[in-house]
Design a protein around this ligand. Structure first.
Ligand code: IYR
Length: 229
């Protein structure tokens, strides 16, 4: 018996797929590349507010990502409250200070030098939204039964990519911030200890005087990142 013949497999005809003529396919692939290549990680955020419903829609987009057994093993804790943002900033800066003062090690600090980052994280208070992305190592099915999740880091990473693309498409800037270690976020976001924070996404408008490092726009050519076999 093949998997497709199990009782649990309840097939529906493939919805939504629309064949696109090859010329248009080519044009769309190019257009997407031209749009996504204008995304730049931002560290200088404006305090301008961003409507919550836009964030909600982008998270819905992230939630369509392919994932292990369709358990959707992620949780997006969205922080807009200034008092909580302040607590997150303070906790992150404590960790980052030990990181930059030596825990990172010489080689890692050298790799970061072209980015110009340091232990100060004002954007954690200035940006209107922080989205802490958790992976759920265990979760519950629709009928409330606890179950194990699969490919959690892969699933969360793919969803995070979708989220970044959705926010960029909406006209917002992001920073994939990774305070190290980041377990303080479980407590501050009220998540269970078996949830693992992966990324603290900073979202908002760039500040008018925002800059990025030259290093960041140096992208590897196709020949270096792909082989066709
Ligand atoms: N977590 C630190 C360090 C850092 C690490 C990498 I790898 C980066 O690409 C950027 C920063 C920080 O957020 O500053």
């Amino acid at each position: 018996m093949t998997a497709h013949m199990t009782k649990e497999y309840r097939p529906i005809p493939l919805p939504d797929f629309q064949e696109i003529p090859v010329e248009e396919m080519r044009a769309r692939a190019k257009a997407f590349y031209e749009e996504i290549r204008t995304r730049h990680t931002v560290r200088d955020f404006s305090t301008r507010p961003v409507p919550r419903d836009i964030i909600e829609t982008c998270i819905l987009a992230a939630g369509t990502a392919p994932n292990g057994a369709n358990h959707q093993p992620w949780h997006f804790a969205v922080i807009g409250d200034p008092a909580l943002k302040k607590q997150i900033r303070e906790a992150a800066e404590i960790e980052e200070k030990t990181f930059y003062e030596g825990r990172a090690g010489e080689e890692w600090l050298q790799a970061l030098a072209p980015l110009g980052t340091d232990a100060n994280k004002p954007f954690l208070e200035e940006a209107p939204w922080l989205i802490c992305i958790f992976g759920e190592r265990k979760s519950r099915s629709a009928d409330g039964v606890a179950r194990k999740n699969y490919y959690v880091p892969e699933s969360v990473s793919i969803a995070t990519g979708f989220l970044i693309a959705a926010l960029h498409r909406a006209g917002l800037a992001t920073l994939t911030h990774t305070p190290n270690p980041m377990s303080f976020l479980n407590e501050l976001c009220g998540r269970h200890p078996h949830d693992k924070p992966y990324i603290l996404m900073v979202v908002g408008y760039p500040r008018e005087d925002a800059t990025i490092p030259t290093h960041a726009i140096e992208k590897k050519p196709l020949e270096e990142i792909a082989t066709f076999l």
